[in-house]
Write a protein that binds this ligand. Structure first.
Ligand code: ATP
Ligand code: ZN
Length: 210
């Protein structure tokens, strides 16, 4: 039996469940349960907050997980990735107030930037040779400039309409992300075999979708 952690409710949930079903795996799902067992594959599914998934897979509480690369890299476990899944594509971008004078990333020197991704943003800015003050906030990052909390933000963007609605202009792409399958690095031989079977099915599903 292998344990897979997926997001309980959010942007990854439906596509994660659909992928498992398209792999030919059946299970009873209910929105209030914490876990469920597949009926035709030795798989147990755990429903968790996405932020908790990388740490649980690293520690072996779950063997496998489905999570966004943004959350995986921010958590500091990029090496757990075993398969890109092609959904939940988004990017982490820097944005400034629409009227702000911005010519390049150097203009952020000494500025206050609000983000939920201090690790990824910190590495990006260091690579650009820019020193800024990062303020970590867990939600509603896009309102920070309008309430005077920050000069710029770094947040997840898919269409850009949320930024526009908050009077912000996207100026730099910091990181591109999609959903990935992650795996604990010390799986037993039996679990490794199950992982290989799952990856084979997932690859077939992706090929069929194209
Ligand atoms: P949780 O309650 O589980 O912590 P959350 O609010 O942190 O959920 P969601 O908003 O459901 O997270 O997003 C989950 C993941 O989906 C993100 O980490 C990112 O990888 C991806 N994602 C976020 N926003 C978008 C978007 N607009 N379009 C596509 N994918 C997105
Ligand atoms: Zn989350």
């Amino acid at each position: 039996m292998i344990r897979l952690a997926i997001q309980k409710s959010g942007r990854l949930s439906e596509d994660s469940l659909n992928l498992i079903r398209e792999c030919g795996i059946s299970f009873l799902s209910s929105t209030y349960k914490l876990k469920t067992e597949a009926t035709n594959f030795p798989l147990e599914i755990l429903f968790l907050r996405d932020d908790d998934i990388p740490g649980y897979v690293q520690d072996g509480v779950a063997d496998l997980g489905i999570v966004g690369q943004n959350v995986l890299v921010e958590a500091g476990y990029p090496a757990l990735e075993v398969e890109t899944l092609g959904f939940s594509k988004c990017r982490l971008s820097l944005a400034v107030p629409r009227g702000a004078d911005y010519k390049g990333v150097g203009d952020l020197e000494g500025k206050n930037i609000a983000t939920s991704y201090p690790e990824i943003l910190g590495r990006y800015l260091a690579g650009e040779g820019v020193k800024a003050q990062l303020h970590t906030i867990s939600g509603s990052v896009e309102i920070a400039p309008s309430i005077g909390l920050a000069d710029a933000i770094c947040d997840i963007v898919s269409s850009g309409s949320t930024l526009l609605g908050n009077g912000l202009r996207e100026v730099e792409t910091v990181f591109r992300s999609e959903a990935v399958l992650i795996a604990n690095q010390q799986l037993s031989a039996e679990k490794q075999e199950l992982l290989d079977q799952l990856r084979f099915r997932m690859q077939a599903v992706r090929r069929a979708r194209r």
